[in-house]
Design a binder for this molecule. Structure first.
Ligand code: ADP
Length: 450
């Protein structure tokens, strides 16, 4: 199967560079689009062609569908890779690509529509027998229904936006009064963030772990899972450190989680790379929460422990290639941990710290991988998220991976902007983290004031 000859990358930063690298190894030419704020980005030199698509604001560049389609047509690409964020889970964009005969490197339009609506995804999970958090069957239309459901499942409950993402549009309610205020606040926040006020209600699970399963599906009905990632280390529902495998998952649980992820993917007739997210409670019960229909920021830890280049496989299956391996070929080897290195000041409420990087010396050596698009002299624009890059380690055991991560964090020199590195250094010295004994409330409980 011949993959594409030319792909346009509708993204920026580290993931744009990651896609360029995968394409280069597959013998695919790349077209990188960029906004005026990214004009000087060094990774652009690695693309075969570049196209400026507008000024810094995302709405006028990386989220501007007509401009991206025009760039794709001018440069005569066969496919578009959307990366993560921006247009990666936008069904309309995928549909327009399709109607322009440009392959969207991702799932089908129907997959994005169904799974992007969290209430519809829950309904599908229930229909195929994948365990869900107890809660409303569908969208909760009004206050009375919200009260009825919450009393029925019992407080505390979580009000969640059907179109939610990035931890926004969520409210915990512990009684009738906070439910009523939370219901209206969540709807308003969801309307502002996602232009869709619809919410649903779930039981709020006490101190869960966030465990997600990577899946890959080709166009011929083959679906495999690549094991789990533990992303329990979160600040305000945003992941900061991820690892594979999860220290809380044994062989039997891994098999059951994997089977559930594959069952859901089959039920959705899923294509491409995706992630099925679960919460794991303290009694090892797991519950489906959502499926992300894109490559995830934290995909490298899965690559490290499986030896499978997810970006390449994602591109190949989008080009119509049959899956190159079977479930029984997937082996989890060693332990991999990733730190998201953000330009943020943890000492000041994680305030973004964009600006000029005056000195930059990344760590290296055995077991260390750095996925980053920056260098000394690079200015982190204030218009986008503040990710500098990802520091990933891979060793035979979790204990060794922690030692290597500590060493790599100590080696990492980034001057000119604040970074999350000092904060991450502390995490890797905390005895609960070292013992693998954490849940999604860990950071708030031990490091932050909430
Ligand atoms: P988003 O799409 O905004 O990332 P998710 O549904 O993936 O939202 O949830 C993000 C995080 O919120 C989870 O990793 C977990 O920490 C928390 N969370 C979500 N649902 C629940 C729940 N029912 N009980 C407790 N925590 C939850």
């Amino acid at each position: 199967m011949k993959p594409f000859s030319r792909v346009l990358i509708a993204n920026r930063g580290e993931i744009a560079l990651r896609i360029i690298r995968a394409c280069r190894e597959l013998g695919i030419e790349t077209v990188a689009v960029y906004s005026e704020a990214d004009r000087e980005a060094p990774y652009l030199a690695l693309a075969d062609e570049t196209v400026c698509i507008g000024p810094a604001p995302s709405l006028q560049s990386y989220l501007d569908i007509p401009k991206i389609i025009a760039a794709a047509e001018i440069t005569d690409v066969e496919a578009v890779h959307p990366g993560y964020g921006f247009l990666s889970e936008n069904a309309q964009f995928a549909e327009i690509c399709q109607s322009c005969h440009i392959q969207f490197i991702g799932p089908t339009v129907e997959n994005i529509r169904q799974l992007g609506d969290k209430a519809a995804a829950r309904e599908l999970a229930m229909a195929v027998g994948v365990p869900c958090v107890p809660g409303s069957k569908d969208i909760v239309p009004d206050e009375d229904e919200a009260l009825r459901i919450s009393r029925d499942i019992g407080y505390p409950v979580l009000i969640k936006a059907v179109a939610g993402g990035g931890g926004r549009g969520m409210r915990v309610a512990r009684n009738d009064a906070s439910l009523v205020t939370g219901f209206h606040q969540a709807r308003a926040e969801a309307q502002a963030a996602f232009k869709n006020p619809d919410v649903y209600i779930e039981k709020y699970i006490d101190k869960p772990r966030h465990v997600e399963v990577q899946v890959l599906a080709d166009s011929y009905g083959e679906v495999v899972h690549l094991g789990e990632r533990d992303c329990s280390l979160q600040r305000r529902h945003q992941k900061l450190v991820e690892e594979a495998p999860s220290p809380a998952v044994d062989e039997d649980l891994r098999r059951r989680l994997g089977e559930s992820a594959v069952t859901l993917s089959r039920g959705a007739d899923y294509r491409g790379a995706g992630t099925v997210e679960f919460l794991l409670d303290q009694d090892d019960n797991f519950y489906f929460i959502e499926m992300n229909t894109r490559i995830q920021v934290e995909h490298p830890v899965t690559e490290m422990v499986t030896g499978i280049d997810l970006l390449k496989e994602q591109i190949l299956v989008a080009a119509g290639a049959p899956m190159r391996f079977r479930q029984e070929d997937v082996r989890i080897r060693g332990s991999s941990i990733e730190c998201r290195i953000n330009a943020e000041n943890a000492a000041d409420g994680f305030k973004p710290s964009p600006g000029l990087i005056t000195r930059y010396i990344p760590p290296g050596g055995y077991g260390v991988r750095v996925d980053s698009h920056v260098c000394a002299g690079y200015t982190i624009p204030s218009s986008y998220d503040s990710m500098i890059g990802k520091l990933i380690v891979h060793r035979d055991t979790r204990e060794e991976a922690i030692v290597t991560m500590r060493r790599a964090l100590d080696e990492f020199v980034i001057e000119g902007v604040h970074t999350t590195i000092p904060f991450q250094r502390e995490i890797f010295r905390h005895h609960h983290f070292i013992q693998g004994n954490i849940d999604t409330g860990f950071l708030e409980e031990y490091f932050l004031d909430g």
